[in-house]
Design a protein around this ligand. Structure first.
Ligand code: ADP
Ligand code: MG
Length: 249
């Protein structure tokens, strides 16, 4: 039996998920190491969101095992997994629409800073707001902001807890170029300064290729390839199954 590294944020071994007669994810093994930004890519219906739900405990696997820091957490509920530092965002945002931007981010900070003073939490909120350029709208009601800014708030909330591993399902959808650049800068800042790891499910290939340390490519529920962006963009199987049609550059 292989030893599961005690300090690896996430290891998945042979995960699978069957929905009735459909095998949505088959024999999926992956590893997310400390301070890594990992991308999970593949065509529509490849099984990316299902894998994401398996990793965060929102779906129980029908096969395989999941480890966080070497601890077997297979079948655990999402709350139990998030207590171990794995935080996820939702595709349609997870903010409190009637509260201010500041209070929304503060809620995220409280989750990750038990026992911290009010002042240190406020500082964390300031830092997150500066990172994504939300300083000017901290006192606005979150639900009144344009769509792109609301997504920035959701990401700031998730990062405010400085999770060990943050999993984001298509965080760049609907953002303009400036917002995309802010979010990517935030990812790198969090990784470099706080040691968080990030799992990114994303369709924006340019952003994925620029930002990720390693990629996993899914196709028909199976792992087609894994490697650095440079390796993946040259991989013949990936090119014919997926990237051949995507705008990589
Ligand atoms: N809850 C579900 N019940 C039944 N089939 C599902 C469910 N969720 C996803 N699927 C199917 O599993 C396959 C993979 O879907 P998904 O993980 O959403 O792919 P992706 O995120 O890569 O587009 C698809 O064929 C989809 O229709
Ligand atoms: Mg999806």
């Amino acid at each position: 039996m292989t030893k599961i590294e005690a300090n690896t944020p996430l290891v998945a071994k042979h995960l699978s998920k069957q929905f009735g007669g459909l095998l949505a994810v088959a024999d999926m093994s992956m590893e997310i190491r400390d301070r890594e930004i990992v991308g999970l890519i593949g065509p529509n219906g490849a099984g990316k969101s299902t894998t994401f739900n398996l990793l965060s405990g929102f779906l129980p696997p029908t096969g395989g095992r999941l480890f966080i820091d070497g601890k077997d957490v297979t079948g655990r509920q999402p709350e139990s997994i998030s207590r171990l530092g794995l935080v996820r965002t939702f595709q349609h945002g997870s903010l409190m629409r009637s509260m201010t931007v500041e209070d929304n981010i503060l809620i995220g900070a409280i989750g990750g800073m038990p026992g911290a003073t009010q002042t240190s939490r406020r500082l964390r909120v300031q830092e997150m707001a500066e990172l994504v350029g939300l300083q000017q709208v901290l006192q606005e009601t979150a639900g009144n902001l344009p769509h792109g800014m609301q997504r920035l708030v959701s990401i700031a909330i998730a990062f405010a807890s400085h999770p060990r591993l943050l999993c984001l399902d298509e965080p760049l959808t609907g953002l303009n170029q400036t917002e995309v650049a802010s979010v990517l800068a935030m990812f790198r800042h969090i990784r470099d300064n706080y040691g968080s790891s990030i799992l990114l499910v994303e369709h924006n290939m340019k952003a994925v290729m620029q930002t990720c340390d390693r990629l996993y490519v899914l196709h028909h529920g199976k792992l087609l390839a894994t490697g650095t962006p440079a390796e993946i963009s040259k991989n013949q199987q990936v090119l014919s199954a997926y990237l051949g049609n995507a705008n990589v550059h």
